[in-house]
Design a protein around this ligand. Structure first.
Ligand code: T4K
Length: 418
C-alpha cells in the first residue's frame, strides 16, 4: 500500500517522514510466468526422474532460444558467468582481452579467473557501450580478443567492432547478458560476432532461476562449448577436453520455457513502465531516462536515469539514498566500474586515467525498479518522489552533507530489507 502523498520536503523519509512504500521495490525483482504450467513441467520432470545432464527440457529450451535468435547453436549453461568462461576458453582467448570497465564485474572476472588480463576500454558517452575508437589504442601483440557488452540491452557498435576484429585478427565475443530479445539493424542480438552470451539469472526479464547460454553459428565452437560444459565427456568414459560443470538443470529449463511463453507480456509491461518513467521524468530538471531505439526490438528491462547534477541541484548518490529511505531500492549499475574493484584496482591503480567517460558516467546513472512486480501507480509515485527530491535538491544535499559530517557514515548505504 502506498503511504500518504508527499508534498513537503519534510515528508521525505530521509528527513524523518514515513517511507512511501511498506515493502521494498527492487530493481531485478523476477518476472514469473504461468505457475500452473511451471508446476506441470516440474511434476513431469520429477516423474521422469531426469533432473539434469542434457534432459528434454534443456534441449527444448536451447532449440527455442536458438530459433528466436535465428542462430544455429544455443548451448545452455548453469549461469551467465559460466557461459562467458566457457565461451572465452572455447574461443581460445589468452594473453590480453579488451572489454569495457563499465559492466557487471562478471565480465572481467570471467577472464581473470582464467588468468587472462582484462584490458579496460573507455565507453561512448551516449551509448555507454565500448568506444570502438578507443579499442585500437589498446591492442598489443598479446591481445587475442574483444568482449563487448550490450549494456542495459542497448546494442554495441557491432559494425565498427567487427571491422577491428577482422583487421587485427581478434576474436569477438559479446556479453549480451542484458540483451535477450533485442535486435540491432534488424538482426537479433545473439547472432553477432564469434559468439554471444546471455544471462537468464532471476533478475533478468526472462529467467531460469539461474542460467545462461552461448549462441554461435560455428559448429566447431558449439561442439567445444558443449564438451567443456560437461567435463569434456564425448561418451561415457571418453574425455576429449578439459572441462567444467556448466550444465543447466531441467528445473531451470522448465522455468525458462515457462518464462519464454510469457515473454511478450513481460516486454509489454517493461515497455509501458519505461515509457511512463521517460515521459514523466522528462519534466524534471536534470533527469532523463536513457532512450532505446524504438525501431528495434528491445526488452526494456532496465530503466536507466542519467542525472545532470548541475541542473538537478543534487547528485546521483543523494537521489539514490533518498529513494532508498522510501524503500525504492534504485541501483547504481555499474558503479564504480570494474577498474575500481578488486583485484583490478590493485593490479592497475591508474587505469581510471584512461577511462574518463567511464568515471563520469558511472557517477551519473542509476536504475529504477521495473518489471511485472511494479504497477503504473507505483511508477507514478516513484516519479512524484523524484520530483520532490529534485525540487528540494539543494536543501536535501545540504542536510545529507551535514548528517554525513555528523555521523561519519558514507552517503550510500545498502538498506536492510526484510
Ligand atoms: N555480464 C553482465 C553484463 C551481467 O549483468 C551479469 C549479471 C553477468 C555477466 C553474469 O550473469 P550471471 O552469472 O549472474 O547469470 C545482479 C544479478 O545477480 C546478476 O545476474 C546481474 N548481472 C546483475 C546486473 O544484477 P547484484 O549483485 O546486483 O544482485 P542482488 O543480489 O543485489 O540482486 C539485485 C536485486 O534483485 C536486489 O535488489 C534484489 C532483487 N532480487 C534478486 C533475486 C536474485 C529479487 O527481488 N529476487 C531474486 O530472486 O547482481
Amino acid at each position: 500500500m502506498p503511504g500518504p502523498e508527499k508534498t513537503e520536503v519534510g515528508d521525505l523519509a530521509i528527513l524523518g517522514g514515513r517511507p512511501a512504500f511498506e515493502e521494498p521495490l527492487h530493481v531485478g525483482s523476477p518476472n514469473i510466468g504461468d505457475r500452473d504450467r511451471l508446476r506441470e513441467r516440474i511434476d513431469d520432470l520429477l516423474d521422469r526422474r531426469m533432473l539434469s545432464n542434457g534432459g528434454p527440457y534443456v534441449r527444448e529450451f536451447e532449440r527455442r532460444v536458438a530459433d528466436l535468435v535465428g542462430v544455429k547453436h544455443c548451448v545452455a549453461t548453469c549461469n551467465g558467468t559460466l557461459a562467458l568462461e566457457i565461451a572465452i576458453r572455447a574461443l581460445g582467448l589468452s594473453g590480453e582481452v579488451i572489454l569495457p570497465s563499465f559492466t557487471f564485474v562478471a565480465t572481467a572476472h570471467a577472464l581473470q579467473w582464467q588468468e587472462i588480463t582484462p584490458v579496460f576500454c573507455d565507453i561512448d558517452p551516449e551509448t555507454c557501450n565500448i568506444d570502438p575508437a578507443r579499442v585500437h589504442e589498446l591492442i598489443t601483440p598479446r591481445t587475442t580478443g574483444i568482449i563487448s557488452v550490450h549494456l542495459w540491452g542497448r546494442p554495441c557498435n557491432t559494425q565498427a567492432l567487427v571491422e577491428i576484429a577482422r583487421e587485427r585478427g581478434l576474436r569477438l565475443l559479446y556479453d549480451a547478458s542484458h540483451a535477450f530479445g533485442g535486435s540491432h539493424r534488424g538482426r537479433m542480438i545473439g547472432s553477432f560476432g564469434d559468439a554471444e552470451v546471455f544471462s537468464f539469472h532471476a533478475t533478468k526479464f526472462i529467467n531460469t532461476f539461474e542460467g545462461g547460454a552461448i549462441l554461435t553459428k560455428s559448429d566447431d565452437l558449439a561442439e567445444k562449448a558443449r564438451l567443456m560444459r560437461n567435463f569434456g565427456f564425448v561418451s561415457y568414459d571418453n574425455v576429449a577436453h578439459v572441462g567444467t560443470n556448466g550444465k543447466m538443470s531441467e528445473v531451470a529449463a522448465a522455468m525458462g520455457l515457462t518464462s519464454l511463453e510469457a515473454m511478450d507480456r513481460f516486454i509489454a509491461v517493461n515497455r509501458a513502465n519505461h515509457d511512463q518513467y521517460a515521459r514523466a521524468l522528462g519534466g524534471i530538471r536534470g533527469l532523463r531516462v536513457l532512450p532505446n531505439d524504438d525501431r528495434e526490438r528491445c526488452n526494456y528491462q532496465y530503466v536507466v536515469v542519467e542525472v545532470d547534477e548541475a541542473e538537478a541541484g543534487i547528485d546521483r548518490d543523494s537521489i539514490v539514498q533518498a529513494l532508498a529511505a522510501e524503500r525504492v531500492l534504485a541501483r547504481r549499475y555499474f558503479h564504480p566500474g570494474c577498474h575500481r574493484m578488486e583485484p583490478y584496482r590493485s593490479y592497475f591503480p591508474h587505469s581510471g586515467l584512461l577511462l574518463p567517460v567511464t568515471e563520469r558516467q558511472s557517477a551519473r546513472v542509476f536504475s529504477l525498479p521495473t518489471g511485472t512486480s511494479v504497477s503504473p501507480d507505483q511508477v507514478a509515485e516513484i516519479v512524484q518522489l523524484l520530483a520532490l527530491i529534485v525540487e528540494h535538491g539543494e536543501a536535501l544535499s545540504e542536510a545529507l552533507a551535514r548528517r554525513q559530517a555528523g555521523t561519519g557514515h558514507p552517503a550510500i548505504y545498502r538498506p536492510r530489507v526484510a
